[in-house]
Design a protein around this ligand. Structure first.
Ligand SMILES: Nc1ncnc2c1ncn2[C@@H]1O[C@H](COP(=O)(O)OP(=O)(O)OP(=O)(O)O)[C@@H](O)[C@H]1O
Length: 266
């Protein structure tokens, strides 16, 4: 392949991923208006897994909300698969820290819900059951959320997101409410599912271990107004082994970048 065709191929792939160009955002009413993000530019190629880290209040969730279409930038432009983001859309699934399940629906009905919104009628239950199986909950399909542990509820939320076969998966601290052992299990599951389903993932976390385990690249933000401080390539082969010496080096490097970035909220 000559250099020209490499350049063309690269441009095509980048164009179908996520493009954030010169985005700034201010939120809140008149005198209480807060400058949250400042001049953020990101090119996330299709199919890559990117993590976002930074001090509390630097605008990580706001960036994710903009990618999902819940919040509009004050300045700049965002496109996903080449289309401007104007409102939420089923090609982009969001998973939050709070599992956001419907308590009156069983696990399988929660997963079916997304398919229902997509207008899927044929074999909806079968499709929902197949995804529940992928997240290890085949035996809990007819169980209500309050009968499930936090980790199991998050598995249902992930299954619901994946059932719609989204091109983009936006995750906001999805493991934040879980105990350490459950976190490790679901972190591994998220990595495996991403390798099977191949979406473009943007994943907000406070946890540098999680970022180094999961990400192709980690974006480090400054304190508010959040600007990009660095984008770190996680060059460890998958599946990732925490015993790999590179692992500890990258964690130390990310910690170093975060040091001194004190939250504007504190
Ligand atoms: N709708 C809103 N109106 C006014 N201010 C807002 C709004 N949403 C968020 N903010 C403010 O914007 C800033 C960034 O919030 P955001 O939740 O994006 O930060 P974060 O980096 O995700 O924080 P954390 O790590 O603590 O979850 C905060 O100061 C927050 O109070």
């Amino acid at each position: 392949m000559n250099s020209e065709s490499v350049a063309v191929e690269r441009e095509t792939v980048v164009g179908t991923g996520i493009e954030v160009s010169g985005v700034s955002v201010a939120l809140g009413e008149a005198r209480k208006r807060i400058h949250v993000l400042d001049d953020v530019t990101l090119h996330i190629p299709r199919g890559e897994f990117w993590c976002i880290i930074g001090p509390s209040g630097c605008g990580k969730s706001t960036l994710l909300s903009m990618l999902a279409g819940f919040v509009q930038p004050s300045v700049g432009r965002i496109t996903l698969a080449g289309e401007p983001v104007r409102s939420p859309n089923l090609r982009r699934a969001v998973v939050f820290q709070e599992y956001a399940l419907f308590p009156w629906l069983t696990a399988v009905r929660n997963v079916e819900f997304g398919l229902e919104s997509q207008g899927v009628t044929a074999d909806r239950r079968e499709r929902a059951l197949a995804v529940l199986e992928r997240v290890g909950l085949a035996d809990f399909a007819d169980t209500y959320p309050h009968e499930l542990s936090g980790g199991m509820q998050q598995r249902v939320a992930i299954a619901r997101a994946l059932a719609c076969e989204p091109e983009f998966l936006l995750m906001d601290e999805p493991l934040g409410a879980l105990d350490a052992l459950t976190r490790d299990q679901i972190q591994e599951l998220i990595g495996k599912l991403w390798q099977q389903f191949g979406q473009t993932v943007v994943y907000v976390t406070h946890n540098v271990y999680e970022a180094v385990y999961l990400a192709d690249r980690v974006v480090v933000f400054t304190a508010r107004p959040g600007k990009i401080k660095s984008i770190v390539d996680i060059d460890i082969p998958r599946p990732r082994d925490p015993a790999n010496p590179r692992y500890g080096k990258l964690i130390a490097h990310l910690r170093g970048l975060l040091t001194g970035e004190v939250s504007g909220d504190t």
